[in-house]
Design a protein around this ligand. Sequence first.
Ligand code: SF4
Length: 337
Amino acid sequence: MNVSIVDEARAPAAATRAHWSVDSVAALFELPFNDLLHRAQSVHRSHFDPNEIQLSTLLSIKTGGCPEDCGYCPQSVRFDTGLADQALLPIEQVVAAAQAARAKGATRFCMGAAWRGPKQRDVEQVAAMIKAVHDLGMETCATLGMLKDGQAEQLGAAGLDYYNHNLDTAPEYYNEIIHTREQRDRLDTLGRVRAAGVHVCCGGIVGMGETRAQRAALIAQLANLDPYPESVPINNLVAVPGTPLADTEPLDPLEFVRTIACARIAMPRARVRLSAGRSDMSDAVQALCFLAGANSIFYGDKLLTTGNPEVERDQHLMAKLGLHPAAAVPRASSSES
Ligand code: SF4
């Protein structure tokens, strides 16, 4: 494909904000694999310690019973996945989980609740959790669904460093996956998070039956957020029985690596997180993802409701690859943005 590609690796820091057309990201996808990984690793090295990895632990603080219909999600009330609902956890349990994650080396603690959006009393309870986790010296992240005016400010005032809200997939594929909210709603929440001065964690899921062009469109859309997210989780679909995507054909692992590489090149200063789907990845594929510029993982035996590699396996893999954990960077002094 004869499309010029912005060479982020050689661009001065002040010029790293670039507009990415879908074609320009698609052209990256089409590069020979070695050329793509070389380019991604070059970009990575010019912005990060290449052997540093950020460790986030994710806890489901309220599970199941969600009225939305995201086709990949076992927590939707619309799908029969056998998942047991759980009301909002008591704050003591959340703090104990954060302390345990910190003891194992995690620096960021992410709290996820299966809501369409939080009610006011939910925001107050989660704000108390955020403050308690913040007081442990950890970075805090929350994913609670769509936010209304003022809610991001409340969470930020409690010490929230990051708010996660994913775009999920390309705009033109979105309505194949979700019907109960528009991507525009998601962009509005992201705008509220930005306006409140809270860092944005926003990525998507691949392997949901989308085309390569649609994967390119997702990366372009993320990269063109102004500014692009500080944290970009790239998830590989975990096909959960009972969800509409249960029988989706798995994505070729090397295509997943390509997606990571394209995210790294298009968003050079973002923490690109190798997220859901890691349990089924070999060490070799994960190593390729790190070479492609992933520099963050979910760390802990469980994600919201699906499995994740055991901590010991991750520690062993990090030791084999010579990776060391990143220190916590509280929002007030963050240099990621
Ligand atoms: S992804 Fe979130 S909003 Fe969608 S169904 Fe699951 S819990 Fe609900």
